[in-house]
Design a protein around this ligand. Structure first.
Ligand code: ZN
Length: 238
């Protein structure tokens, strides 16, 4: 059966001496693997078209019982050339791909990743990454409370609890909860869609914010989130 789809290339691994298996986060089915026959050959028609991070459209076929599709044709839609010129943006892109590799099939996640990669490429601002993670939490239904007490709804908040899932008022905070600081002001800007520029004076706040986001992801989304502590660009890595 032949079909077409679009997707973001996650990674390619060698399969036999001449072929590749391409892992793609697809629009219709989420994460899927495809065989690229002859993909390792010098003159393969896939060459230069299935790099990690590319947005592609592709034609594939799948047998009745075969689990893995076989790629027939691939056409890059976006190659994000500016990202490839900059190591920080590259690390940002790999962080996004890591999230896709652990995401359920969800068209909204595909659309989000596409939007963020495009902005990373055209705006060149790594500050978009925390915005991406917060949007991911929202789609996954694990978005933290940030503007009211998670317990009683009080508007004046003074701490954040990963386990409880958001901010809390003074009455409900315990010693274990995180005091709100510069990191929280940055996060509030970011979830409203403004991207504060990272500079020497707020760099610590940025790293603290990323630490909160990663901890939150580890607890609510899965231990796979932990690996981002190694993948994230060094300038914002907690
Ligand atoms: Zn409260």
């Amino acid at each position: 059966m032949q079909d077409t789809d679009r997707g973001i290339i996650i990674k390619n691994t060698p399969f036999s001496d001449t072929s590749l298996i391409s892992m793609i986060y697809t629009e219709k089915r989420g994460l899927s693997s495809f065989l690229a026959k002859g993909g390792r050959r010098q003159k393969s028609p896939f060459r230069g078209k299935i790099e990690s991070g590319f947005l592609v459209s592709f034609v594939y076929y799948r047998g009745h019982s075969a689990e893995m599709g076989v790629l027939k044709e691939v056409e890059p839609i976006e190659t994000y050339p500016e990202i490839r010129e900059n190591i920080t943006l590259m690390e940002g892109m790999y962080s996004i791909l890591w999230v896709l590799e652990h995401s359920p099939p969800e068209e909204k996640i595909f659309i989000l990743a596409q939007e963020i990669l495009k902005r990373l490429d055209t705006e060149g601002r790594i500050e978009i990454l925390p915005y991406f993670f917060m949007k991911f939490f929202k789609i996954e239904g694990i978005y933290p409370n940030l503007f009211r007490c998670h317990v009683c709804g009080e508007k004046s908040v003074s701490c954040f609890s990963t386990m409880a899932g958001g901010t809390m008022c003074r009455r409900h905070c315990t010693q274990n909860d995180l005091p709100l600081g510069e990191w929280f002001n940055l996060l509030k800007f970011i979830v409203r869609g403004h991207l504060p520029e990272m500079n020497d004076t707020n760099e610590k706040g940025f790293r603290d914010m990323m630490n909160v986001i990663i901890e939150y992801g580890e607890f609510h989304s899965g231990s796979w989130f932990h690996r981002l502590r190694e993948i994230l660009p060094s300038s914002i890595r907690p």
